[in-house]
Write a new protein. Structure first.
Length: 446
């Protein structure tokens, strides 16, 4: 199997609801699994991206939202074995127990620092025990477990996030101080070892059966969309359905793309009980990177094959990953619109039979148009940002095919597509660190 195929396969993961509440619940549930007795206190420290993204986010199987309830549900109802689908185990009884924990002041979630890389430190206390689970780099990447001041598990320093094994207890082997700084390797990301030309070559040449698993994303995201169509809680989805002639697939590719993409995003941010297929740790990224392409392929099914759709989606995923490795997993800019939107725009160009040069034009056009769109957390507004991204992607691809693009002498555009994608990421990190601080301050003042 080719390295880029392995990269995509490792990155694609089901995520129930917005990823950040799921990750918080997972971390707390993981810590709880190492202690005995009734939980007396939960303390969670988060980087700004985690803190912000879960701040007002809907939680699957719960009537509540936000950081506190995600942490509380992790302590009383979530199943750590389910990873980012840990909240699938929540019952009405568990929801009530979590509500009581929050009301009793037993749950605390704090902003640890402003930063784009994921950090979660979840501490669970009982009468007899305490345990801290630390996550770094990705939403479920546990790097250390400390019980009663003793490190009982640590990730090997050379372990990769995608390839790490489940933690095994090594009781008493390390002190808490010994565990600091684990899992923070600085190697060049795999995706950055490829040029756009090499990525395009891979997309065109990889055997279709090798990337057939990508089709699982369409199935999963469509089921989430259907949940949103059925729900009485959605408000944007009914409008998009009306604009598409009350049809799931109409003759208009762009309005179909808006419905399939942003109907699924709305269902996700409201916390409806179906998972999305995430990419780069985000369900919304996964939805934007796939569903407009699926829509285009279905509207133009007479000339777009299933194989072409798989290849276009592989391209979309890889471009998304390329930009995200520069911007950080969670930053002050909207990676859904900017990174996944650019990936999806390249996928659209592929489905439309674009020539090699057009893909550079697509990236230049998206960089000039969307870069700088802020992320103010995982919330209902994500659907609005998705609407903007879909419109921008269709326009960018159409202009690129006609040879129209914003030239590299302007703004943040680089001389090469690789440079441009790097500059897009740099706008987020380190460029928007102060913006991130301001966003969080505004959210906490409300």
């Amino acid at each position: 199997m080719r390295k880029l195929t392995e990269l995509i396969r490792a990155d694609m993961r089901p995520a129930l609801g917005v990823t950040e509440p799921g990750a918080i619940a997972f971390a707390v549930a993981s810590a709880k699994s190492h202690v005995a007795g009734e939980v007396k206190k939960v303390h969670v420290a988060l980087n700004s991206g985690m803190y912000k993204n879960a701040f007002t986010c809907g939680i699957p199987n719960s009537s509540h939202f936000g950081n506190l309830y995600a942490a509380a549900l992790g302590a009383v109802a979530a199943d750590a074995k389910k990873g980012l689908e840990s909240l699938d185990a929540v019952t009405p009884k568990g929801d009530v127990l979590a509500e009581q924990m929050v009301a009793d002041g037993k749950v605390e979630v704090v902003l640890d620092h402003i930063g784009s890389e994921i950090t979660i430190d979840a501490r669970v206390e009982t009468e007899t025990d305490n345990c801290v689970v630390s996550i770094r780099g990705s939403h479920t990447n546990i790097v250390q477990i400390v019980k009663n001041g003793i490190c009982i598990w640590q990730m090997k320093e050379d372990a990769k996030v995608e390839e790490k094994e489940e933690p095994e207890k090594v009781a008493g082997a390390f002190s808490e101080a010994d565990c600091k700084g684990i899992g923070t390797g600085s190697d060049i990301p795999v995706i950055h070892r490829y040029t756009l030309a090499q990525i395009l070559s891979y997309v065109r040449e990889v055997p279709a059966e090798e990337i057939a698993f990508i089709g699982d994303a369409f199935t999963m995201n469509l089921e989430l969309l259907q949940e949103g169509i059925r729900s009485k809680r959605t408000t944007i989805t009914p409008m998009l359905l009306e604009e598409n002639g009350q049809e799931l697939i109409s003759e208009n590719a762009q309005s179909t793309a808006q419905l399939l993409c942003n109907g699924a995003i709305e269902a996700r941010v409201l916390g409806l009980s179906r998972p999305a297929m995430s990419i780069t740790g985000s369900g919304a990224h996964g939805i934007i990177a796939t569903m407009p392409l699926y829509a285009y392929a279905k509207v133009h099914k007479e000339r777009v094959s299933e194989e072409a759709l798989l290849r276009a989606t592989a391209l979309s995923y890889l471009i998304t990953m390329y930009i995200k490795e520069y911007s950080g997993k969670l930053s002050a800019f909207c990676g859904c619109g900017i990174a996944a939107g650019t990936g999806m725009a390249c996928g659209l160009a592929y489905l439309q039979g674009a020539e090699e040069e057009a893909f550079t034009n697509v990236i230049q056009n998206m960089a000039s148009g969307l870069t700088g769109m802020i992320c103010d957390g995982g919330n209902h507004g994500c659907a609005m940002k998705g609407i903007v991204a879909v419109d921008a992607a269709f326009r960018a691809a159409d202009m690129a095919k006609k040879g129209i693009c914003i030239e590299h002498i302007h703004g943040i555009n680089g001389r090469t597509p690789e440079d441009t994608m790097q500059y897009m990421g740099m706008i987020a990190s380190p460029g928007m660190v102060e913006t991130e601080k301001t966003i969080v301050e505004i959210m906490e003042q409300k």
